[in-house]
Design a protein around this ligand. Structure first.
Ligand code: NAD
Length: 243
């Protein structure tokens, strides 16, 4: 898929799914700016794959605006905003402190909305697109991660609503809803045998995904091949939400 000279921002691109997406966008010819709170890994990854790096905490709107401005300065425009940065939270409604709830929402939901808002003026000029990384947990519930699931549910309906708002500018807005993916976020949890059984028993394909399997879908959604797709929350989940 040809993304030659497309200008793409990937938040949370220092690790896991974000890193795989940044790498794949570059392979397809795009110019990529990674925005991440982890400066050391971010700079390392950017150098390794040929991206630019901007320090950014997505839970702070001014920092997200700065990320977008820097990317536009660097590459002259913005074609695709990928709102991927996120944190896990494995506490149920009884265990969760109110603070845990707010800090999860501020990264996993507010951060995505900030990315959509800050990118919009620039995407209007390019008729570009937004890709949000939600989760199966935006589409269905599960035990043990109340705040995360609430945030991802928010991302799913935010995606539909922003898609409706921006369709008039020919800006497409979609989300990807991954099942379990082999990244540092899930590393620890999947070492727990019972939890791993829970995951594999609920995944008809019987395995977790590799980050590259999400990256390929992001590239498709950003490409002309997806020119009539907007407002979609696409499960990439080995069948989790179908069974
Ligand atoms: P990861 O932990 O490997 O990467 C997350 C990245 O986000 C890291 O580089 C981290 O530094 C960055 N980040 C965290 N807080 C940030 C902040 N406030 N500002 C900027 N950057 C910040 O995790 P991952 O598995 O690659 O997750 C990426 C996205 O995919 C997340 O939104 C996650 O919820 C979602 N997701 C992951 C899975 C999975 O199984 N791994 C499944 C569904 C959805």
């Amino acid at each position: 898929m040809d993304l030659e000279e497309q200008s793409v921002i990937v938040t949370g691109g220092s690790s896991g799914i974000g890193k795989a997406m940044a790498e794949r966008f570059i392979e397809e010819g795009a110019d990529v700016v990674i925005g991440d709170i982890d400066v050391e890994s971010g700079q390392e990854v950017a150098e390794e794959i040929g991206a630019e790096f901007v320090e950014c905490d997505v839970s702070d709107y001014e920092q997200v605006e700065n990320l977008v401005e820097k990317a536009v300065e660097e590459n002259g425009k913005l074609d695709c905003m990928v709102n991927n940065a996120g944190i896990g939270s494995v506490k149920n409604i009884e265990e969760m402190e109110i603070e845990d709830y707010h800090s999860t929402i501020s990264v996993d939901l507010d951060g995505v909305m900030y990315g959509c808002k800050a990118a919009t003026p620039h995407l209007k000029e390019t008729e570009g697109c937004i890709i949000n990384i939600a989760s199966i947990y935006g589409l269905v519930g599960d035990i043990g991660s109340t705040a995360y699931n609430a945030a991802k549910g928010g991302v799913v309906n935010l995606t539909r609503s922003v898609a409706d708002d921006l369709a008039q500018y020919n800006i497409r807005v979609n989300s990807i809803c991954p099942g379990f993916v082999d990244t540092p976020m899930t590393d620890e949890a999947l070492k727990d045998g019972d939890f791993k059984d829970h995951v594999l028993n609920n995944t008809p394909l019987g395995r977790v995904a590799q980050p590259e399997e999400i990256a390929g879908v992001a590239v498709f959604l950003a490409s002309e091949e997806a020119s009539y797709i907007t407002g979609v929350n696409l499960p990439v989940d080995g069948g989790w939400t179908s069974h």
